[in-house]
Design a protein around this ligand. Structure first.
Ligand code: ZN
Ligand code: ZN
Length: 414
């Protein structure tokens, strides 16, 4: 019996047929030897990341596929993003995702990404916001961490810290930014909304007069003069994969969110410096790191984001080509990996490259390895896998299925 599992998670893998690809999905249109081999040598099916017809985000999709019911554990993307950025969160801490943005004097949102500010400049501005947070006189403790480009994380700690406040980021340009309001009648929500508003106003003052922004204005660029929190949530306490299955597990992912979800599940994070979380990521280095990690870990979770990115850009042919590149890298290792590991390939949700949105269509799943049943399906795509022996399964059940294949699930009953 194999004792290792490699999960290849292709973000937003599922898709819909497009005219551009002759009424095929990008996965159907792609030439993919290795992915088809997993389907033909193993068992296949369709996976509902959460429930049929319910579009999920990457956060809830990943939680579910790792076996954590988002209904019980999901409190917002903030804490997961914060964990992924390497911020130390304790259960009870409240975290928000933050955009550094450009607003006018009346707080009308001019640019959600502050003219696509560089990571270097955003870090320098971020340091000023972090200093403000450190010395901020409040019953709550504030902490700010810039991450990549315009993005950052705001953490609020204290007995009166609450995630129950409205998003400050209006998600649309040309709209007036509203200061946070409590979304429930508790003292904590009221205090958090008040203190957060005060902090955001102070942050704008600090940013407005920062030399980086003076220089940006001189160069004709939008100043990053406001921070806009959203997706607030309280850090949940998840039973780890080690507690659930007695395994050692690691994630390889370019994006902070995916590292964060996996860290919340108690997984280690292996950093591949050239993994960017975009279409130009270093696939070769990621696959090599994944194969190497199988020596020390029982479960290796390799996340690739580009499939979702191409879908959001509404470019089915780019998605098809990217799938072919992934397949080429997988092919170099597949025989070796299949000698002592179970390989599973799937996605965390469908992202349509027609409208660029997440949808509730199920995603294909294929699992191969020694001892794994072999069904009649020979192609890995959204339609072929619908005829597979696993039928239609819930994302929540996938971890049990995989762990049982390596003998890590305890018997239920006598
Ligand atoms: Zn996703
Ligand atoms: Zn997406």
């Amino acid at each position: 019996m194999p004792d290792k599992v490699l999960v290849l998670m292709l973000d937003g893998l599922g898709d819909r047929p497009s005219k551009e690809l002759g009424l095929m999905t990008p996965l159907q249109a792609a030439r993919k030897v290795a992915l088809d081999l997993i389907a033909s040598e193993g068992m296949t099916g369709l996976l509902d990341p959460y429930a049929p017809g319910v579009p999920v985000g990457s956060d809830t999709g990943h939680l579910s596929i790792l076996g954590y019911d988002p209904k019980a554990y999901y409190t917002g993307r903030g804490p997961l993003e914060a964990l992924g950025a390497g911020v130390d969160l304790r259960p009870g801490d409240v975290a928000f995702r933050v955009n550094m943005a450009t607003v006018d004097d009346d707080w009308n949102l001019v640019d959600r990404r502050a003219g696509r500010i560089s990571t270097e400049e955003a870090r320098e501005l971020g340091r000023a916001v972090a200093e403000l947070a450190e010395g901020f006189d409040s019953v709550l403790k504030f902490e700010y961490h810039p991450t990549v480009e315009h993005r950052g994380v705001l953490v609020i700690r204290g007995e009166l810290a609450s995630p129950s406040v409205t998003d400050v980021d209006p998600h649309r340009e040309g709209v007036r930014v509203q200061m946070p309001r409590p979304t429930e009648g508790t003292k904590a929500a009221r205090v958090t909304a008040e203190e957060l508003s005060r902090f955001l106003l102070r942050a704008k003052e600090v940013l407005e007069r920062h030399p980086v922004n003076s220089s940006r204005r001189q160069r004709g660029l939008s100043p990053a003069n406001a921070i806009l929190p959203r997706g607030g949530g309280v850090m949940p306490r998840l039973p780890s994969l080690a507690e659930r299955y007695g395994i050692r597990s690691v994630v390889i992912a370019g994006g902070a969110l995916y590292r964060g979800v996996c860290r919340a599940a108690g997984m280690d994070v292996r950093i591949v410096p050239t993994a960017t979380g975009t279409l130009n990521t270093d696939l070769r280095a990621k696959f090599e790191a994944a194969v190497d990690s199988l020596r020390a870990y029982d479960l290796v979770f390799l996340h690739i984001k580009g499939t979702d990115t191409a879908s959001h850009d509404r470019r089915p042919a780019v998605k098809r080509d990217f799938i072919e590149r992934i397949d080429g890298e997988l092919r170099r290792h597949l025989d070796a990996v299949l000698t002592d590991a179970v390989v599973c390939v799937t996605g965390d949700h469908t992202t349509s490259s027609l409208d660029g949105r997440h949808h509730g269509d199920p995603v294909p799943v294929a699992i191969a390895g020694e001892g794994v049943r072999r069904d009649d399906v020979v192609r890995f795509d959204e339609v072929s896998c619908g005829r597979g022996s696993m039928g239609r399964m819930r994302g929540l059940d996938l971890m049990n299925v995989l762990m049982d294949l390596i003998g890590r699930v305890e018997m239920y009953g006598e």
